[in-house]
Design a protein. Structure first.
Length: 66
C-alpha cells in the first residue's frame, strides 16, 4: 500500500525529493512545493491515503462551520 508524505510545516501532500543524490551519502531531503511554505528538510509525516482523505473531509467541515 502506498503511503502519503506530508510536509511537517504546512501539512500538505506537496513534498518532492530535493536533491538527486539524497539517501546515497546524505540524508533524504524533501522540498515542499507549496508556494506559501517552501520547507526543505529531512523530516516528513507519513500517513495512509484513507486517513488523509478523512482528515481533509473533517477540515473542510470545520471551515464551513465558522
Amino acid at each position: 500500500m502506498t503511503r502519503i508524505r506530508l510536509c511537517p510545516k504546512c501539512k500538505n501532500a506537496t513534498l518532492k525529493s530535493a536533491v538527486n543524490v539524497s539517501g546515497w551519502l546524505t540524508p533524504n531531503m524533501f522540498e515542499c512545493t507549496s508556494p506559501s511554505c517552501n520547507y526543505i528538510g529531512p523530516l516528513f509525516i507519513e500517513i495512509d491515503p484513507k486517513d488523509y482523505k478523512e482528515d481533509k473531509n473533517s477540515q473542510e467541515g470545520d471551515t464551513n462551520n465558522e
